[in-house]
Each structure stands twice: as structure tokens, then as C-alpha cells.
Design a protein around this ligand. Structure first.
Ligand SMILES: [Zn+2]
Length: 314
């Protein structure tokens, strides 16, 4: 960019120029620019922030900084010192970013890069590129209560793996972010985690545009009147008994179970727990939502068999 000094020459000039150009998103921009000149009186936090930005490899306004809340979904070791972290961010959807030095014992990231953690994240890089760089990551909610119980821990791992598997990078969805964050907030061993899991699966599919069609038969468009209906995972909808004449069907659903499924799709996070479901219907619901997800993803998630094993042992 012509006319701009090198970042190392005077970082604050960069901040001010970028602010005027309106091209770059800076965290706490005004306090930083206001106080940077007063070196003597400069608070340690702001000074550290400026130092952090430039030491993490940021190259000035050509590489914008992004600030958002985010959930840590997955962490891979990239080298002896670095980690590759997949986040689901509130403002920019799914993002992958390298955290330099995160594997060092005295890493400045601390425990903020562990899966499930809700963080306040600053990262940088060119928009639409595959890999970004983490600049700063601070814990907002570590979810100690979820981690304290194996039961909720496995449910939560499944929740975030499902989110990771059903979403692609580069699509922001603040509604989905807040749904998942709130579901993790209310996940507790005392509040029917199994039913929350069914609710979560169906709501997530619905939010992403994969809501199963449960009202009218996908073939004749009539409302079913028999005691049971078939379900086609290919067409993601119900098939009424007359339309199934002579056709083999993968799944039969009792009308009662169908009503519970519809209720789970229409309730919200404040009211889902009011639903009381008989034990044998719970099992039917589990098999149904699991097959629905398998049909969508075409594969089994890693966390699901573990979750099933764990819940059957308790
Ligand atoms: Zn029909």
C-alpha cells in the first residue's frame, strides 16, 4: 500500500492510517491510538497488545485483524511448537488458524485453545484464505461443569463435532453460534442430556436448512392418516402408508413418535425440557435422528460411538 511506513518504524501510524482508510478491524482501536504516544504513562496491557500484534507476524493494513467470540472445535499439532485450531466464530463462521508457539510450556495462550472453550479471539490474515494466524485468544467460558462430568463431556464433544462436520468455512451464521453456545450453557447431567441431544440434532439440521419433512407425505402431499408412516432418508421426508404399497421402506415411525419429533423441531432452548418422552420412544427417536445425520454426512462421527458406549454403561 503506497505511502504507508513499515510497521516496525511506527506501529501507531499504521493503526491511525488504517483507521482513516476504514479498511481494517482493530480491537480497542481508539484507546490504543490515543495512548500510544504517551509512552511513559502507557498502561502495560495496551503496550503488550501493540507488541503482541507486531510480534505475531501481522504485516500492517494489508493483513486485516478480525475480532470475534468463538468456540474452539478442534486442535491439531502442527509442529513441535505450533497448533492448528478450528474455531466456530460468532461473526465469520468456521475459521482455521495457526497458533504460533501454542505448544510451548509457557505459551501465552494457556488453556484457551482447548476444545469446547468459548473464547474472545483476535486473528489475522487475508479474507477467504484457508489458514489464518491467531493473534490473541482469551477464555470467556471454560465450561468446567461440563468437563467435570464424563456424561456431559462426551455429549459436548459430540455437539461440537456435529457442528464442525455439518458446516463449511467462510459462511457466517450468528444464530447457529448462539444456539450452540446456549446449548452448552444448559448442558447438565441433571437436566436430561439425552433429550437435549435429540433436540440439538434436530434443531441444528433445521438451522442449516436440512429440516426433515414430517408434515405431508413426500409423494402424494397428503397428511398421513394411518397409525404409522415410512421415512425415506433419501428424500428426507415421510411417506404415507398407501404410497408405500408394495415398496420396501427403511424406517417405520409410529404417529406418536412423529408428534414428538415435530415438537422437538418447534420448541426452543427455553422450553425443550418440558417435553416428557416415554423411554421406548426415546430409543426410537435416537435411532431416527442418528440415521438422519448419517444420511446427511455419509459417515459416522468419532464421538458418537463413544457417547453411546458411555451412556449405556451408566
Ligand atoms: Zn402419500
Amino acid at each position: 500500500m503506497p505511502g504507508l511506513p513499515k510497521p516496525s518504524a511506527n506501529p501507531v501510524q499504521f493503526v491511525q492510517l488504517a483507521e482513516r482508510m476504514g479498511k481494517t478491524r482493530f480491537p480497542s482501536l481508539s484507546p490504543v491510538t490515543e495512548s500510544f504516544g504517551k509512552t511513559e504513562a502507557l498502561g502495560g496491557i495496551r503496550a503488550a497488545w501493540i507488541k503482541n500484534v507486531f510480534s505475531s507476524g501481522w504485516k500492517g493494513p494489508d493483513l486485516p485483524l478480525f475480532r470475534t467470540r468463538a468456540l474452539v472445535l478442534r486442535v491439531h499439532y502442527l509442529s513441535d511448537t505450533d497448533k492448528l485450531v478450528t474455531f466456530y466464530t460468532e461473526r465469520f463462521g468456521k475459521v482455521k488458524a495457526v497458533a504460533k508457539g501454542a505448544r510451548r510450556i509457557k505459551s501465552r495462550y494457556g488453556a484457551s485453545l482447548e476444545p469446547l472453550t468459548l473464547v474472545s479471539l483476535i486473528y489475522f490474515g487475508k479474507e477467504h484464505q484457508a489458514l489464518f494466524r491467531v493473534n490473541q485468544c482469551d477464555i470467556v467460558e471454560y465450561h468446567h461443569e461440563i468437563r467435570d462430568s464424563l456424561d456431559t463431556f462426551f455429549y459436548a464433544l459430540y455437539f461440537i463435532e456435529l457442528l464442525d462436520s455439518l458446516t463449511a468455512e467462510g459462511h457466517s451464521d450468528a444464530k447457529l453460534f448462539s444456539f450452540v453456545s446456549e446449548a452448552l450453557e444448559i448442558l447438565s447431567p441433571d437436566h436430561n442430556p439425552e433429550l437435549l441431544c435429540r433436540f440439538y440434532e434436530l434443531q441444528m439440521l433445521s438451522l442449516l436448512g436440512y429440516k426433515p419433512r414430517l408434515e405431508q407425505c413426500v409423494k402424494c402431499r397428503q397428511f398421513p392418516r394411518s397409525h404409522w408412516v415410512g421415512f425415506s432418508y433419501n428424500s428426507q421426508g415421510i411417506i404415507c402408508a398407501p404410497c408405500l404399497d408394495g415398496v420396501s421402506v427403511e424406517t417405520r415411525i409410529q404417529l406418536g413418535t412423529l408428534q414428538y419429533l415435530k415438537r422437538l423441531l418447534t420448541l426452543d432452548l427455553k422450553r425443550w425440557s418440558r417435553l416428557k418422552i416415554p423411554k421406548d420412544t426415546e430409543q426410537e427417536l435416537e435411532q431416527f435422528t442418528h440415521r438422519l445425520i448419517l444420511a446427511r454426512l455419509g459417515r459416522e462421527l468419532k464421538s458418537y460411538p463413544l457417547l453411546m458406549q458411555m451412556t449405556q454403561n451408566t
